[in-house]
Design a binder for this molecule. Structure first.
Ligand SMILES: [Cu+2]
Length: 463
């Protein structure tokens, strides 16, 4: 990564990859205390632009507004409240703020409790992020008008989708157009929330408090004609094909107990420690089957990449909990259009196997995946994953395909015996054949569109 910084006012980050217009967010990820640090405010977002997006003439400038939705609870002195423990804890529970989930009683948007926004009679583009610890929002407009959704976590969708309701899980983003053109001046439109917490089996929200998110107050359009558009085609998304999958991995969402008897969530019944079990090869297409035999929806977030959702298939959870075998009870459910985009967080429904198609890359290395309910992530629904090298080909080496590293002092020479090289690796005589990309802005390295063929891997060989 190239970092150019002029302290303290300007930070320009040049990312070594093809920029996909999207809104991403970042937050503290300290192991075991992420829920506390994000809740305390260590989070932010950034927007990536592209020429493709600029050419669409979407509402922009002051008519494009990020909305970060979170929930907090406050003490009398205005400081943030976070529980020390579950309600009525058994005496064995230590007081270290471990709970199965925390939802605040006050909804804040961009740091303000239940704010309003003056809007003109025209179209607006809202970049919405759910930055809450546990709370999902099922959003609706009190004017009963549609959201026109144009984007997901990873950028623009292929076509806009009109929706009366949008459900957004922690960490998810939606990119929506709301058209106030035909709303009478003086109308106050409330963005409401009907999602239960925990989602979607807990208590329904109070219509006077956590059932409210914010308000739009419609004013006359005084700043000229609205010339923005919402084109019928926004971007091109090439769907991954199931037949191209190199490896299928099962990821079960499990709940158990820790040594104090407290609820502990896990992935594949493992804690975060205990080594890497997911080791995708860089560039290969994988299918991850997220198996949810429980009660709640878990927003499963995978680092490094944007993936596609293949489908959701209902299965027999009772049989699964007894035998560990998946027995499907129905056909894959057709994917609604708003789920046919790019995602880094997926809502894994209970009673369903959610199948994802994922191409890891373009970098090798250690990443994580986890539930984005932060209380689950911290205890202990997070696992490491390691994107490992793919053998690349050294020009002139006839047996190159069998070799996995090249000499540090002479990149044209392959290591003939990988076992022998293991002894030498620490003196830097050899290095792995990976991570070599000449020009990341070249469209042929657009990782999301890359087909999984030998020919294309050859293109990546350093010359
Ligand atoms: Cu979870």
């Amino acid at each position: 990564m190239v970092l150019e910084a002029t302290y303290p006012t300007l930070l320009v980050v040049i990312l070594p990859m093809k920029p996909w217009a999207s809104m991403l967010w970042y937050h503290d990820h300290a192991l075991g205390i992420t829920r506390l640090n994000v809740y305390a405010g260590l989070a932010g977002l950034y927007i990536i632009r592209s020429n493709e997006e600029r050419s669409l003439n979407l509402p922009s400038g002051v008519y494009e507004i990020p909305l970060v939705i979170q929930d907090k609870s406050f003490n009398e002195d205005g400081s943030l409240f976070y529980p020390r423990n579950v309600d009525n804890p058994p005496p064995t529970y230590p007081e270290v703020s471990i709970t199965p989930g925390f939802a605040g009683d006050t909804i804040i948007v961009n740091g303000k409790a239940w704010p309003y926004l003056d809007v003109e009679q025209r179209k607006y583009r809202f970049r919405i992020l759910n930055g809450s610890n546990e709370r999902f929002y099922r959003m609706r407009l009190s004017s009963d008008q549609d959201f026109i959704q144009i984007g997901t976590d990873g950028g623009l969708m292929e076509r806009p989708v009109r929706l009366k309701e949008i459900t957004i899980a922690p960490s998810q983003r939606v990119d929506v157009i709301i058209d106030f053109t035909d709303q009478p001046v003086g109308t106050n439109i409330i963005l409401t929330n009907s999602a239960r917490t925990p989602f979607d089996f807990g208590a329904p929200p109070d219509p006077n408090t956590d059932g409210l998110i914010m308000q739009f107050r419609v004013k006359e359009n005084t700043s000229g004609e609205d010339t923005s558009t919402v084109p019928e085609v926004l971007s091109r998304i090439k769907r991954y094909k199931e037949k191209d999958v190199c490896k299928v991995r099962d990821i079960s969402l499990d709940v158990g107990a820790d040594r104090f008897g407290r609820l502990m969530f896990m992935l594949n019944n493992r804690e975060f420690i205990g080594g890497v079990t997911e080791d995708p090869v860089v560039g290969e297409l994988e299918c991850w089957r997220i198996i949810n035999p429980g009660l709640g929806v878990h927003p499963i977030h995978i680092h490094q990449i944007q993936f596609q959702i293949l489908d959701r298939i209902p299965f027999d959870t009772a049989a699964y909990n007894q035998t560990g075998q998946i027995r499907y009870t129905g056909d894959p459910e057709p994917l609604p259009p708003e789920l046919r985009g790019w995602f880094d967080t997926v809502q894994a429904f209970p009673g369903y196997v959610t199948r994802l198609l994922i191409r890891f890359g373009p970098y090798t290395g250690r990443y994580v995946f986890h539930c984005h309910i932060l209380e689950h992530e911290d205890h202990d629904m997070m696992r490491p994953l390691e994107v490992v090298r793919k053998n690349l080909f050294t020009p002139g080496c006839k047996d190159c395909r069998k070799h996995d590293r090249i000499r540090y002092d002479d990149p044209k020479v392959c290591v003939k015996d990988p076992d022998e090289a293991d002894d030498e690796i620490y003196d830097k005589k050899y290095y792995w054949k990976d991570h070599v990309f000449e020009d990341d802005n070249d469209p042929k390295y657009d990782w999301r569109y890359m087909e999984d063929t030998d020919q294309e891997y050859k293109d990546l060989v350093p010359v």
